[in-house]
Design a protein around this ligand. Structure first.
Ligand code: HEC
Length: 280
């Protein structure tokens, strides 16, 4: 009995040590997490992570490159451009809501809005724009918003992710910390965290799929999923993963998922954007 009790303590301690965030500030977090990936995948350069699971799965990469010759997101991209450029009933356009008319700006999202004391993601900025122009908000998971995001992502290809946590803003730091906590929090009937799959077990198989590293998770959205035949947003993917472990699903663009995106995007700073993309 005593042996078992000790064993359990050891196991619990081990789990705690292996996936709990024990370090200090965001920049140090990033160094630590990237160092873990570098040990897991010494063959990869930082840039390689922008390719997601394809960076670590040569067979899948070959078929992905073949698919990219006639990308299945092409139609969504065209629809997105048309939607983006069409004037609203009041004569203004999406372009009027964004810096540089919305061209090559995706790398600056998500950002901390000090005035509103909240995170603005690119998807939420699209709906803010619509609401300022008396239009109903779009649903956040798929459909029209994913087409618009595809167009904005396309004009931002090659831009490097530039997510800032302003020095003088404890609220921004707190939002980041909440996002980090969400990433490491075990949840659902399966009691997994994002980190269990995408950090501790990155590169291993789960059923027929190789688990991608979390580093690079924000580079390529929206994605056309070959499994569903639809474009989906980053938050939709978060929701799919939460369903996978039978957890309560936070809705797209909820505060929790925005914080999660803020954390992941900070981790990805400096990586080139390459959305829209195709994924299994
Ligand atoms: C049970 C394991 C598991 C857990 C837990 C899990 N995921 Fe996933 N996730 C997957 C699988 C499988 C895929 C598809 C293969 C891949 O790209 O990793 C995936 C894909 C993704 C992708 C898309 C990757 C890409 O390149 O397009 C993102 C982003 C993602 N997960 C984020 C998360 C986040 C954030 C959490 C925590 C809320 C989470 N996942 C929890 C298994 C998991």
């Amino acid at each position: 009995m005593i042996f078992f009790a000790q064993l359990r303590t050891t196991v619990v301690l081990f789990l705690f040590i292996s996936s709990a965030p024990i370090w200090a500030n965001p920049t140090e977090d990033r160094q630590q997490i990237r160092a873990v990936y570098q040990q897991l995948f010494p063959q990869l350069s930082l840039e390689d992570y922008a390719e997601g699971v394809y960076a670590i799965d040569p067979d899948a990469k070959d078929s992905w490159l073949a698919i990219e010759e006639f990308p299945p997101y092409e139609l969504a991209l065209e629809q997105g451009e048309t939607l983006y450029k069409a004037p609203f009933e009041n004569g203004s356009r999406y372009a009027d809501c964004f810096a540089n008319k919305g061209v090559a700006i995706a790398q600056d999202y998500p950002y901390w809005d000090e005035q509103k004391q909240q995170i603005t993601t690119l998807a939420s900025a699209i709906n803010n724009c619509r609401q300022r122009n008396q239009l109903p908000a779009l649903a956040y998971g798929k459909g029209e918003i994913s087409y618009l995001l595809a167009y904005l992502a396309y004009t931002s290809r090659g831009q490097r992710i530039n997510t800032q946590i302003p020095d003088n803003s404890p609220a921004a730091l707190n939002a980041y910390e909440q996002g980090k906590a969400y990433f490491y929090q075990r949840r659902g009937q399966l009691n997994f965290s994002c980190a269990s799959c995408h950090l501790d077990n990155a590169g291993k198989f789960i059923r027929s799929e190789i688990l991608s590293p979390a580093l690079g998770h924000t580079t390529h959205w929206p994605a056309y999923r070959l499994n569903t035949g639809e474009m989906g947003t980053l938050h939709r993917r978060f929701m799919v993963c939460n369903k996978l472990i039978r957890a309560d699903v936070d809705p797209a663009q909820s505060t929790a998922l925005k914080q999660l995106e803020y954390f992941l995007s900070f981790l990805d700073n400096g990586l080139p954007l390459n959305g829209p993309s195709t994924r299994k």
